[in-house]
Write a protein that binds this ligand. Sequence first.
Ligand code: B12
Length: 213
Amino acid sequence: MEKFLQEILDGVVNGDNHLVPEKVNEALEKGTPPETVLNEALIPAMAEVGQRFEAGEYFVPEMLISARAMKSALAILKPKLVKINFQSYGKIVVGTVKGDLHDIGKNLVSLMLEGAGFEVIDAGSDVAPEKFVEIAKANNADLIGLSALLTTTMTNMKTTVSALEQAGLKGKIKVMIGGAPVTEAYAAQIGADGYAEDASRAVALAKRLIDRP
Ligand code: B12
């Protein structure tokens, strides 16, 4: 791996909020594609942070400072990744389900969808099922994207699908889900319309669900 990518990766793992933005800017100035910084340094860094947490080497404060460094890097990459494609594919409400505060993956999915030409309405994190329905209805959305990172909160995806069903909107507004503990099988089990494992697959899935090439 290139030295500067390794430095960005280590910087996020160590939560170095000064070094990371500096190195990301440097990488971009050298002509490194923003996707390379994202996929080869930032995403593997968060996976490493998760492993350290699991091993009992990291605790919540360390995860938080790594997340802060990751967010500063994403803020720099955002304008480069989102080269808005003016064709509007449709409206999508994206949010993290109730009880869950993890928003990095959700933000990344939103960013890629925006770049691909979707109109994204960010519902935020810790979003109640009724709130998702309310926001989708108010915006006349085509699609809802649900994110969950905890095994204890992924059940709120099912509650959200049920709330949509109760509002008589199931099928009219499609639901796609994602996040580390979620699977294709889980999507089928709860009656969601699709699952994608990462942000670029989320774009392809969203296009498929609203029937656009
Ligand atoms: C950063 C982090 C935090 C930060 C979050 C900061 C923030 N603003 O997001 C903080 C410190 C707040 C945090 C808190 C907690 N965390 Co935490 N956290 C993480 C960590 C290290 C990284 C998550 C991340 O950002 N990944 C990077 C992004 C880019 O990846 P991603 O989210 O998976 O998203 C991608 C895909 O999943 C997909 N995707 C995501 N959403 C969607 C949505 C749609 C629609 C689609 C199609 C696709 C899609 O596309 C994304 C881009 O490719 C993970 C470890 C891990 N390996 O995931 C643990 C992890 C998720 N956390 C964990 C835990 C246990 C907790 C706490 C309970 C800890 C505690 N004891 O308090 C709390 C819970 C707080 C809460 N109520 O939410 C566990 C979950 C275990 C489990 N199976 O349930 C993990 C797995 C760590 C571990 N290995 O044990 N955490």
